[in-house]
Design a binder for this molecule. Structure first.
Ligand SMILES: *[C@@H]1O[C@H](CO)[C@@H](O)[C@H](O)[C@H]1NC(C)=O
Ligand SMILES: *[C@@H]1O[C@H](CO)[C@@H](O)[C@H](O)[C@H]1NC(C)=O
Length: 163
């Protein structure tokens, strides 16, 4: 599998800059802004979308109740994921668009934490997507390309599910 780390250098640069800005002294108690951590990743397949989405749905059903299917149409799958570590859970959406010229499929996956957490989720949302796809077998499809980076999946670099 090919992974494109698109903007990691820029990302490091930005955080280096933010870290250098002094904390505002006029706020007596800094209140952390609540965020929903998320991960959005795209995959390209040489295989048609119907085959890919069928495998993903079957794997969601097989992983019940950790992953639960909310709805499935030919163009989108909605599900959620809960675990003992993260009982509030995460919403998961996959969307599919056929790539007409090649007869393949472009799939976008979004996992977002329902609880308010730090944006840095240690790869939780990335691993929600990756573990499901890996178990379903679609990550072994010929010609698969994954596009992930630290902008769209903060914490991706720390995730251990793919090691
Ligand atoms: C996950 O989806 C199932 C099925 O729609 C629903 O019953 C359950 O409450 C959802 N869980 C969360 C944490 O949203
Ligand atoms: C999570 O998914 C459920 C079912 O699709 C939806 O009703 C709910 O609004 C979603 N929550 C968030 C925060 O996106």
């Amino acid at each position: 599998m090919k992974t494109l780390l698109l903007a990691s250098t820029l990302f490091v640069g930005l955080f280096g800059y933010l870290a250098a800005v002094p904390a505002p002294v006029t706020v007596p108690v800094p209140v952390p802004f609540p965020y929903h951590a998320f991960c959005r990743t795209m995959w390209l397949f040489a295989t048609n979308c119907a085959e890919i989405s069928t495998k993903v749905v079957q794997q969601i059903l097989a992983f019940n109740p950790e992953y639960m299917l909310v709805s499935a149409t030919p163009l989108s799958i909605k599900a959620n994921h809960t675990s003992l570590d993260n009982p509030e859970g995460e919403n998961i959406t996959f969307t599919f668009s056929p790539t007409i010229l090649t007869g393949g499929c472009r799939m976008t996956g979004l996992s977002s934490s329902l609880g308010f957490t730090s944006l840095l989720d240690g790869g939780l949302n990335y691993c929600n997507l990756y573990n499901l796809l890996s178990a379903s077998g679609v990550t072994s499809e010929p010609g698969i390309t994954e596009m992930t980076n630290e902008w769209s999946c903060l914490g991706y670099g720390l995730s251990t599910c793919k090691a």
